[in-house]
Design a protein around this ligand. Sequence first.
Ligand code: ADP
Ligand code: MG
Length: 336
Amino acid sequence: MSIDLEKVTKKYGNRIVLDNISLSVAHGELVVLLGPSGSGKSTLLSSIAGFIKPDSGAIRFNGNDVSGTPPNQRAIGMVFQDQSLWPHMTVEEHLLFVLRAQKIEKNEAKKKAGELLEILELSKFAKQFPSSLSGGEAQRVALGRALIKKPDILLLDEPLGQLDRVLREKMLQLIASLHKKFGTTTLFVTHDYEEAFKLADRIAVIINGQVVQVASPYEVYNHPGSGRVAQLTGEVDLLDGEVCAPRKVKTFLGVMETSNELSGKQIKVCLRPADVEVEETCDGNALIIGSSLSGGHWQLSVRIDSHIVKVLTEKYYPTGVKVNCKPNKPVWVING
Ligand code: ADP
Ligand code: MG
């Protein structure tokens, strides 16, 4: 089922929380809504689910306006930010309860619940209550409760926020595989760009209640629409630059490519750590002032004149020597 948002606006008092949001999610697509805390992500999901009524604008499923449709008739499965499992129900009862509300016959419901518990690796917890589950298990129950009625639309509000890295990775893989299996139109909310890059067909970036860019993960990372989008989608330094020729911009690191055509224009240049090359030497144009390991590479903070930028080393230098990134060590930073 497709979702179309057209100029959706929501205010609390004078505060505009959703500001004229237009966004389309195609049938079967997985769109990640990426934005900082307080940007309006949960409000938008709750509006789509029907728990919040926008002040103006339209929400359409498969082209049909749903403003008059109550939440329980919207064929939506939702996982809330705080899970909100029912403390007095076992894992299995969480699923059976939803099926009972759908008037599914008892044996059939048992069978369906059993199948989904199997897929979610929850079978052995079927008779346990939420208080006895780990964070990852509880999150899988919340996901199961959203999926059991085979919703047309799945809304996931920061579902992995409470989990450690290993569990988060596992859950991301599970969500991706469930999406492949069921093909449910999905809107996944997060503030974490790594989650967004791992899952999304497309990313919609929301800032201050406005959807400011909608594009593929590759596009959002490599061609962010603004400095703020660049910061939200990965490590970046914003350099002052002046367009010196069509598609060329001059920064303190030298001349770089830009999509900007207008000579003389002052612009901000988004420099990702991997955009420059760094070489170990006994002299150099930069001094290391800090370092951290990042996915097998070293991410260095280096000072060049009065500027500080982040750079990513090759895993090994061509000689095979592992980078030696002590503070105050000189290196060459080259505009790559
Ligand atoms: P996010 O999920 O992106 O963190 P929310 O959608 O929860 O953001 O909230 C967006 C903004 O709207 C926040 O500043 C929040 O304080 C405000 N807000 C949310 N719900 C209400 C409400 N019921 N009354 C007043 N302000 C609210
Ligand atoms: Mg939220």
